[in-house]
Design a protein around this ligand. Structure first.
Ligand SMILES: [Zn+2]
Ligand SMILES: [Zn+2]
Length: 180
């Protein structure tokens, strides 16, 4: 584990949310309900169009935060925490042991996601581990990559992007061998 468990969960959720930009995977209220369940969110969930719109509208700012350099990330984190008047407290609820919530459980979902991501980025910034976050190495893919591997080997957002590039690299080697 690179970061605390709740930090890693928050980062994974934020990356998954940002990577729905430009994809039709978070267009319906039911898509957000699926996302909520998949990522073990707790607390308020309105299941309304306005809740969905607020979460969708959060994505560009989250993407900016997740792909920022260290000093720029600090500015965004501080602004987000101040904007939502975050007051950290320790809570325990399934499936997590003691971890941090910094806004009330009945705060809107978009607010909780924003603050949770900002709190997670505090760990990333303090540990100087911004290199764990980047953009997919595939030329045609802009998705964010979170690398939590021990040997920092993850370059692609997905198995699909990794395989496509492995095939392209193999073909390039075959061509060079044939020419040589
Ligand atoms: Zn929690
Ligand atoms: Zn990709």
């Amino acid at each position: 584990m690179v970061f605390a468990h709740d930090t890693e969960m928050s980062l994974q959720s934020a990356v998954a949310l940002v990577n729905t930009l430009g994809e039709p995977t978070l267009d319906e209220v039911s898509d957000l309900t699926d996302f909520f369940a998949t990522h073990d969110y707790t607390g308020r969930h309105d299941r309304t169009r306005s809740e969905l719109d607020d979460v969708r509208a959060l994505r560009p700012r989250l993407r900016e935060l997740l792909t920022a350099d260290r000093d720029a990330a600090v500015a965004i984190v501080n602004a987000m925490l101040a904007e939502h008047r975050a007051v950290p407290r320790l809570v325990r609820h399934p499936p997590l042991d003691w971890h941090i919530h910094a806004v009330p459980d009945d705060a809107p979902l978009a607010t909780r996601i924003a603050v949770e991501t900002a709190m997670a980025m505090i760990d990333v910034i303090r540990d100087d581990e911004l290199s764990r976050l980047g953009v997919c190495a595939d030329h045609d893919c802009d998705d964010v990559v979170l690398d939590l591997s021990r040997n920092r080997s993850k370059r692609f957002c997905s198995v699909a992007c990794g395989n496509r590039n492995a095939v392209a690299a193999y073909r390039a080697r075959q061509v060079r061998a044939a020419e040589g």
